[in-house]
Structure formats: C-alpha cells, structure tokens
Design a protein around this ligand. Structure first.
Ligand SMILES: Nc1ncnc2c1ncn2[C@@H]1O[C@H](COP(=O)(O)OP(=O)(O)OP(=O)(O)O)[C@@H](O)[C@H]1O
Ligand SMILES: [Mg+2]
Length: 480
C-alpha cells in the first residue's frame, strides 16, 4: 500500500524580486481538506503556485510526498482555456461522464469559451481538475461565480476526495462544511490550526484579544514608569538647585562645620536622586521595548470614506420599465444564466444619462490586463485625486506602496483598486456586478458599510444576501 500523500513546508521563503511574500513558513498537511485563508494580496495564490512547483522557493523547501505525487489545481482566474480542460473535454471514461452530469456541462459547447460566463468557465475548470484524480488538489476560490446549485455540486465533489486538498476561499459556510484544518496567512507568515474556519477564527480572535490586553497592560505600566521618571527628574533638578543656592547663600557667619554638613547632605541627595533616575530610566526603557514586541493586529481598520458631489440630473438610468434616480438603489437578482449581466450592459449602453467618467463599472470578473491598466491610470492621476484613491485602497485593506509596485495585482487587489478609482473620483453611478467576488471578509464588511453611506445611484448584482439586504435597495428578480 502506498504511503498517504502529504505536503510539507520547511522554512519556506519567497519573494517576487525585492517584494518579500513569505519569510519562513512551516507546516505539514496530510489527507483531508485544509482551508487556506488570509487577506487579499497576502500570497494565497503564490503559495498554491509554489505547491504546484510552478514557482521555486527563495529558500527552504516545499515537498509533496510520496515522490512523484500527482498535483492538480483549479486556478482563480477564469480567462484561460488550458490543456487540462481540453483533455477533459475529450475524455470519455466513467469519471468524466459523472462530472459532466454533476456540473451540468455541454461538451459540444467548449468552443464557445470566449463568450461563456465566468460561472460556466469555473465549472469547466473544476471538472478538469477533479478528473485528474490527483494526490494533491489545489482549488483557488472555486466557489466564485457559482449559484447555489453549483455550490451544492461542488461540496459533494469535495467531500468525495481522499487526497491532500487545499481550498482557498472567503466563503465561511463552504470552509466549515468541507475542511478540517485551516492555514491562516498573516503578513510575512502563516499558522496552521487543526480546526475548520469558524473554530480556528474563534481561537485567533481570542489570541489577538489576549495580545491586545497585554498591550494595554504594558502601556499602563509604561505610563506609570514615565510619571515616576518625571518626578525623579524634578527631584534631581531641585536637589541640584538647592545645593548651588546653598553654596551661593553661604555667608561669613556660617561655621565651617555647618556648611560642610549641608554640602554633604545636598550632595548625597543629588547622588541618590541621580541613581534612582538611572534605575527608573532603565526600567521605562525595558517596558518600552516590551511594548514594541507585543504584536497587535489592527482591529477594525478605517471606515471607507466617500466624498461626494450630487449628480445634477435627477434620473441617471431610464430604460424599459426601469428608472433609477440619482440616489436610487436597485438590486438585481436571479439564478446563473438569467441575464443579469446582460441587463446591466443594456441599461448602461441604452439608458444611462451619466457620462462615462462619472460611472464606476465593476464587471463580474476583471482581467489581469484591466487591473494593470487601472494601476497606470491611478499612477497618472493628479496628486490630490491619486491621494484620495490610495486612501480608499488602504481603507479596503491593501498596502498602497505594495500595490503600486506590483507588476501583477492579485484579483482581490484589482477589484479594490477599481472600486477605489470610482469612489475616489466621485462617481455618480455605481454599477457593481458581484462586487464581493475575490474580496476578503473584512473588505466585504467595509464595502457594505461604504455602500450604505453612498449617496449616489447604485445598480448591483450580488449573491451575497447579507450585503444586498443591508443596502435597503429596490429588488428586481429575473426569472431563470
Ligand atoms: N508576478 C508577480 N510579480 C510581482 N508581484 C506579484 C506577482 N504576482 C503577484 N504579485 C504580488 O504578490 C502579492 C501576492 O499575490 P497573490 O496573488 O499570491 O495574493 P492572494 O493572496 O492570492 O490575493 P487574492 O486574495 O486577491 O487572490 C500581491 O501583492 C501581488 O500584487
Ligand atoms: Mg489569489
């Protein structure tokens, strides 16, 4: 019997040129699903590409066992029709037929790839990865674009897999249902929890609260030490002053012995104050150093700030029976394939009164090239506008310097940049097609809060019920 497969990272480090992504990761994954989670741009996809062997570690090692273990992956981006998908479409074995049925694929339609929706492409990618029946299966956000039926099929397929599985996802329900461990990326490092997402999250929140408490306590001690230090400084200054005043005021009536005694006492007091001052200074320095070592995770982050000038026209969209005022909100709903994206496109092309530069259009999927172009646009903006856009990027949880220097923004970074470009440039109309795709959970919450405050017109398609309901928008459900 062959040994069960595993993936082991030892002191794994990786950098893109000079941008370090990981310093030193250690973990060991055995059979079962492990959720790989962490903020956008921290390196989840990079880690999968290292596991796949497509990227080489800068130092340390990442080893799959047994030797020659088969590794398959389902990429996050849906642009490419790759060889594994073609090979799958030509296979005719039992597994292939089952997958075609389960994921509702039509093999004769593959050549329609360029016009397929992101959800359809995602199903093809998944089927091609599952069909390889690998020892190690790497899935990068497989739930994106799938409707509830697609998600159900996905869960079923994942539960039937016996090898080492790594699942990148921001979908809490999927993670809790399928995984039994969680690898959490934090800036520069990672930590493995032997629990599914929600239980692991409860643990790290508890740890972070402990660190915050330690931080508060150390700060209190520092304040105490500093006020002691101040009191000692004052005591020393007044002892020195008294000694020199005593020396100045000495007159011919003072006996030699008396003045010698006073001098001695004053000198002693000064020496003792100086010694205490040195001791208290050392102790304050120690506490200060301790404080620097207590690592505190940023709590809620900044709220997304939206500055706004209202659109002069009262109606921004008018088409067929649909009308949207300058502060109107419309939530389009309906299953995969019901035509939500097509309707958005039609409304924009035929019924929109807002000039293009005052619209923010976020399509369901942004290509790498589109995000690279956005980055060039952001860099070329006048200073004040660029400042506003980067402030928004930061508020959504992306380090602006890192983004500006990245030749290949990650999908999450790309979406945040597009949102920031629109908001930072005072859009009058937001057209958002599944805006939460690829976004990490804190960013989804901040986006929800910002959209709630946004005073302009909003057209949104989202499968995220929590986000939709929070917007208090009119709802329009398209039939299947
Ligand atoms: N080829 C590259 N060269 C330089 N930097 C890159 C390259 N590819 C990605 N990056 C940068 O490295 C960082 C990690 O990218 P990665 O795609 O691994 O993040 P991620 O955690 O998967 O993000 P997301 O949640 O958005 O998918 C990002 O800041 C990204 O801009
Ligand atoms: Mg990624």
């Amino acid at each position: 019997m062959s040994a069960s497969p595993s993936l082991r990272a030892q002191q794994l480090g990786f950098a893109y040129d000079t941008t370090s992504i990981f310093e030193s990761l250690d973990f060991h994954l055995g059979p079962g699903w492990c959720g790989l989670v962490g903020a956008n741009g921290l390196g989840k996809t990079t880690l999968l590409r290292l596991m796949l062997g497509e990227l080489k570690p800068g130092h340390g090692a990442l080893v799959a066992e047994p030797k020659g273990a088969r590794i398959a992956w389902c990429p996050q981006r849906v642009e490419a029709l790759d060889d594994t998908i073609r090979a799958f479409s030509e296979a005719n074995d039992g597994t292939a037929r089952r997958l075609v049925g389960r994921l509702k694929l039509d093999v004769s339609q593959l050549e329609r790839w360029p016009t397929m929706s992101p959800g359809e492409r995602k199903r093809w990618q998944l089927a091609a990865a599952l069909h390889q029946e690998p020892d190690v299966l790497l899935l990068d956000e497989p739930g994106n674009h799938l409707d509830s039926e697609g998600l159900r099929s996905l869960r079923g397929a994942l539960k039937g897999f016996n090898g080492v599985g790594v699942l990148v996802s921001h979908d809490r329900a999927l993670l809790d249902d399928v995984t039994d461990s969680t690898l959490r990326l934090v800036p520069g490092g990672a930590r493995l929890y032997r629990h599914p997402y929600s239980a692991a999250r409860a643990l790290w929140l508890e740890e972070e609260e402990g660190q915050r408490e330690q931080h508060r306590e150390t700060k209190r001690r520092l304040e105490k030490e500093e006020s002691k230090l101040e009191a000692k400084r004052r005591a020393l200054a007044s002892a020195s002053k008294m000694r020199s005043t005593a020396a100045r005021m000495r007159n011919r009536y003072d006996s030699e012995a008396r003045s010698l005694g006073a001098d001695f006492r004053a000198e002693q007091a000064e020496t003792s104050h100086a010694a205490t001052l040195r001791r208290v200074t050392r102790s304050a320095e120690r506490v200060r150093a301790e404080l620097e070592n207590v690592h505190v995770v940023d709590e809620a982050g900044q709220a997304l700030f939206v500055r706004y000038e209202p659109c002069p026209k009262p109606a921004v969209v008018q088409h067929g029976g649909i009308q949207l005022g300058r502060d109107g909100r419309l939530w389009l709903k309906g299953p995969n394939g019901s035509g939500k994206t097509t309707l958005l496109k039609r409304l924009l092309a035929e019924g929109c009164t807002v000039p293009e530069e005052r619209r923010l259009v976020l399509p369901q999927e942004l290509t790498l090239e589109a995000s690279q172009a956005d980055l060039e646009t952001a860099k070329a903006l006048p200073n004040d506008e660029r400042g506003r856009v980067l402030q928004l990027v930061h508020a959504l949880g992306v380090e602006p310097d890192r983004l500006l220097s990245s030749p290949a923004p990650s999908p999450g970074e790309g979406r945040k940049l597009r949102l920031a470009l629109g908001l930072g440039r005072h859009a009058w109309l937001l057209v958002l097609d599944e805006p939460t795709n690829h976004l990490d959970l804190p960013a989804i919450e901040r986006l929800g809060a910002a959209l709630k405050e946004y005073p302009g017109a909003l057209l949104i398609v989202t499968h995220d019920a929590q986000l939709g309901q929070g917007l208090e928008a009119d709802e329009l459900t398209l039939p299947a």
